[in-house]
Design a protein around this ligand. Structure first.
Ligand code: NAD
Ligand code: GLY
Length: 370
């Protein structure tokens, strides 16, 4: 099957391509040669993690070397703790030791952790060199590799230091998804479901029809789901790159409760995607009361999430504790918790919700699950 291409055009930024397909990793070097911002660089440093490197680093490097790039690599431990000041500092030092200069570029080969970390390193090293995103998780393909957010974490919270810096190119190889663990697959599916519901009838009902195929990782469906998600995200980011217009926040649908569960249950207890899916179920119920979301949509979304391997979580807590955890989120403004609430498929509202309303809805949600 030929590769699928989506062009991301954001005002005041150079447009870039997202290439999706089974062969695109082998064609990485040739693709870069055609890109004005990357084709003329002489040195490339591939940054990857300790899980992904043994699987795909040699393939990525071979493709670049064949096109005459001088290639080095930096491999960091897999996992969220690598999005740290310490690891970032080690990367900066390693780039300098390797002698990378302004005619160099960075390839981020990995999931969202590597995308955010290597993207931030590229945005800051020598005041900014091009970054090529090569996402290897479904989540990174449908969400984090597009849109330009880069970040590391602080003790005080996730993603507190970063930039908005768009990549020069995104290379999404569906072939590498064959090794992705089921838990990580479901994480990507949660973000696809989020995107589809916020986007349009066309995307949402297509996904409902194709959900079994996506869960089974059928290649054509996977490619189309990635392409549709990228088109959706690119459209959102084009209107509100820096999340200052109240539009990019729609990408946080399901994340208000989702982040609170991750914090309360302990990071890693449930996957990020499982928590987002739970947050979507909850937000739809809240939306029924507050913005007239049809109950039929809540049911359809429930069924979709079930098929995508994102069942209702076997988890409850004191509603007041959940509210406190929501208030510790960095997205809170003036102590008010905000939710992205669907009015219907393709229509949403960002609403400050009163504490009492949240607590009552949580009580009802936990009771219904008991
Ligand atoms: P991740 O990068 O930690 O990857 C998940 C796990 O899968 C890791 O253990 C990784 O080594 C492994 N892995 C990756 N690709 C693999 C493959 N093909 N085969 C086998 N194993 C593979 O996690 P993630 O879910 O991809 O990303 C989460 C991160 O993304 C978080 O830090 C989050 O803050 C960030 N994020 C950023 C944005 C953004 O817009 N920049 C958006 C969403 C999430
Ligand atoms: N994933 C949220 C964003 O890119 O804004």
């Amino acid at each position: 099957m030929p590769a699928t291409k989506v062009v991301v055009s954001i005002p005041d930024e150079a447009p870039y391509d997202v290439r999706i397909g089974t062969q695109v990793l082998d064609e990485l070097g040739a693709s870069l040669r055609k890109i004005p911002r990357a084709g003329s660089v002489s040195r490339i440093v591939v940054i990857s993690d300790s899980n992904v490197a043994p699987l795909y680093l040699a393939q990525a490097k071979d493709s670049l070397v064949q096109q005459g790039f001088r290639v080095s690599d930096i491999v960091v431990p897999a996992g969220e703790p690598s999005k740290s000041i310490e690891v970032l500092g080690e990367i900066w030092e390693a780039l300098a030791t390797l002698g990378l200069s302004r005619d160099g570029a960075i390839v981020a080969l990995g999931g969202g952790v590597i995308g955010d970390l290597a993207g931030f390193a590229a945005a800051t090293y020598m005041r900014g060199i091009p970054c090529i995103q090569v996402p290897t998780t479904l989540l990174a393909m449908v969400d984090s590799s597009v849109g330009g957010k880069t970040a590391i974490n602080l003790e005080a919270g996730k993603n507190l230091v970063g930039t908005f810096t768009q990549p020069a190119f995104v290379c999404a190889s569906t072939a590498v998804l064959s090794t992705l663990p089921e838990r990580e697959w479901a994480c990507g599916c949660a973000e696809i479901a989020k995107s589809a519901l916020i986007d349009s009838d066309e995307f949402f009902f297509w996904l409902c029809d194709m959900a079994e195929n996506l869960a089974q990782r059928e290649d054509q469906t996977v490619t189309e789901a990635i392409a549709r998600s990228v088109v959706f995200k690119a459209g959102v980011v084009a209107f509100d790159q820096t999340e200052s217009q109240g539009i990019r926040e729609c990408l946080n649908y399901g994340h208000t409760l989702g982040h609170a569960i991750e914090r309360l249950a302990g990071f890693g207890t449930f996957s990020h995607g499982a928590c987002v899916a739970e947050g979507m179920r909850f937000a739809a119920r809240l939306a029924e009361d507050l913005v007239g979301c049809p109950s039929e949509l809540t049911r359809t979304q429930d069924e979709l999430l079930d098929v995508l391997g994102l069942p209702v979580l076997d988890w409850c807590a004191e509603p007041d504790e959940v509210l406190d955890a929501m208030k510790r989120d960095k997205k809170v403004r003036a102590g008010k918790v905000r939710f992205v609430l669907p009015r219907d498929v393709g229509s949403w509202e960002l609403l400050h919700v009163e504490d009492e309303t949240i607590v009552n809805q949580l009580k009802a949600w936990f009771k219904a699950k008991a």
